[in-house]
Write a protein that binds this ligand. Sequence first.
Ligand code: GLN
Length: 541
Amino acid sequence: MPKFIFVTGGVVSSVGKGITTASLGRILKSRGISVSIQKLDPYLNVDPGTMSPYQHGEVFVTSDGAETDLDLGHYERFIDEDLSAASSVTSGQVYLSVLERERRGDYLGGTIQQVPHLTNEIKARIYGVASETQCEVLICEVGGTVGDIEGETFIEAIRQIRHEQPRDTCLSVHVTFLPWVGATGELKTKPTQHSVRELRSKGIQPDVILTRSDHPVPREILEKVALFCDVEPRAVIPMETAQTIYEVPIILEERGLGDYVIDRLGLHGTRDLDEWRDMVHRLKHPSGVVEVAVVGKYVELHDAYMSVKESLAHAGIANAVEVDIRWIHAEMLESRPAADVLHGVQGVIVPGGFGERGWEGKLKAAEWARTNGIPYLGLCLGMQVMVTEFARNVCGMDGANSTEIDPESPFPVISLLEEQTGIVAKGGTMRLGGYPCRLTPGSLAGESYATDIVTERHRHRWEFNNLYRERLEAAGLRVSGTSPDGSLVEISEIAGHPFMLGTQFHPELRSRPNRPHPLFREFVRAVVGARRGAPLEVAAG
Ligand code: GLN
């Protein structure tokens, strides 16, 4: 069995518990300790795949095709490891499997209860990931805050694991928030004290308290937290809001978190964040700024495009520039000229999306990028947009469309595959997870990746319609990546354009700060070289 670190939250949510958990993972990994991270989400949805981005931000897809919480994206980016479906557990999954077993009669007439049936199922999933990954340390983050009714079963399962495992193998980290009272100019510890009291009432004494705040935390405040929450003073660690999330591991390591954790868990490994520090230094000291438009549907909610935003930051590091994002509502492009709305941007991204709202606006963005020679990167829906725009405006296929938007289109250049047509259930029924893609040598994609075969993650139903492939290719659309048997178009690009490329998959799910995704890296490289707004004649053929 590995050592376990359980991370809970107190006071309020949205204070960066996910980033803190991911940072702890990076601190341990940098010390040569193998880590894995698991998220325990108390909500009843089986996975976030069916939730609106307004509810829960981006849906992060693992390589084995699970639709998970966006925190898994942070975990992967910070620890630079691929996680699996088992790393994401929701109450919904736990109830579903217990109730399915009950219906099958597996419990032999017993009464099914939260304790022990749900708690046993949760423990089995925690132990399961521990043995599957063979990690030295498993970090489990519980979503929400202590005291939430729906989180109780997870807390109880954790208490039991702490009871079952030898004392020096489990550590409890509680992330709280110190509110600032402007009238008296002080940070208050009372909510933290209450939250720790709540956690103790469930049988868990925290070992480490990380206090989030927007202000520097004076020493006496930390001592007060230590005294009233019964935690060693060196284990109360302040964490003020950082300039960039990637700085958090460095700050926490400097404040002694890594030393304390390995000490308590009896682990070995010396600090080595040099490479990470170098990456953060480059991120904070760019030699220039570029501006890229992200044209989407939920742009007021940046969490919906978390991985896109982070991938651009990673690509910026690689190109020594800061990438400023101009968030643009696709619908705005339906009533105002693209030249006004997009004026001055040096690159355009159309990210993934579902449904009709904003579709025509996205086509306008693609048209503007194509005709002005502005770098364009289309992600999933963004490739479908790029192909549709090209069909309509270059190949003269009037009314060309995706059948997701117009089922009666005379030129359905994006359509459903046979196996997707009859599906009515929404949850988990898309083309999901990693699929291999063969790259065309000499193409923009082939040169960016500098390899022949890649595996990239998908989450969609619609596909490029091969019926139109020849006609589109004859006009200058280049298919630069397909499934190994050639039947599915995975990447397409516009010949003669400095950088106009769309992927049927989501490259943003694989970008890491220390290993930017090649397509994002090359996109930003093209952006750096782009002349603002210069018109371009795209040669056909
Ligand atoms: N709605 C499109 C499809 O299902 C694109 C999905 C996406 O961008 N993730 O094919």
